[in-house]
Design a protein around this ligand. Sequence first.
Ligand SMILES: O=P(O)(O)OP(=O)(O)OP(=O)(O)OC[C@H]1O[C@@H](n2cnc3c(O)ncnc32)[C@H](O)[C@@H]1O
Ligand SMILES: [Mg+2]
Length: 200
Amino acid sequence: MKEVIIATKNSGKAKEFVRMFEPHGFQVKTLLDYEEIEDIEENGTTFEENAIIKAETVSKQLNRAVIADDSGLVIDALDGKPGVYSARYAGEQKSDEDNMTKVLRELNGVEPSKRTARFYCALALAVPGQDTVTVHGTCEGVILDEKRGTHGFGYDPIFFVKEKNKAMAELLPEEKSKISHRAVALSHLAKLLPEVFKGE
Ligand SMILES: O=P(O)(O)OP(=O)(O)OP(=O)(O)OC[C@H]1O[C@@H](n2cnc3c(O)ncnc32)[C@H](O)[C@@H]1O
Ligand SMILES: [Mg+2]
């Protein structure tokens, strides 16, 4: 089977990529399978910059085609925060619970019509000897005032998906993988994959 490497250490993302790549006939490997690769400093100012940093760093180390995902939650009432700081919003411990608690506290008292937000996902594809390509996808929603649902990861329990009329964490994995920011971004990248992986 063809193999694609995703430069992520996030097990929630990893599961979603396994599901989304299956129909394309790819087996997914992540940095959870390459423990020797050290943490990469994500010091870009945009999702695209961070995705490129992660994809190119790992592509150079392995001399292989690598995809990276940089994503996060963009909340209008917080001027776009947590944005590129989504993973560490409440501190270096990268706790989903602490991050959600911080967002809910900051939006305390903000009326529903002003709680609009979107998930954003940038994907970068780095191939040795080629220019790196980026694509992105978004998913529009509203920040709830309490957590709902048990699926997914990250901010999913406090993100109400307009299109589905449910919290993201209330969607089954197969539903999220059709409509998420990550799914939209990957749909843009999909057309490039046959050419990049034709030798495999
Ligand atoms: O950098 P890698 O190793 O891929 O893993 P990470 O968790 O640090 O990933 P990011 O730097 O891209 O930070 C993204 C954060 O945004 C949040 N996030 C991204 N996609 C999400 C999704 O589909 N559902 C809920 N939260 C999401 C979640 O808190 C992630 O930790
Ligand atoms: Mg990260």
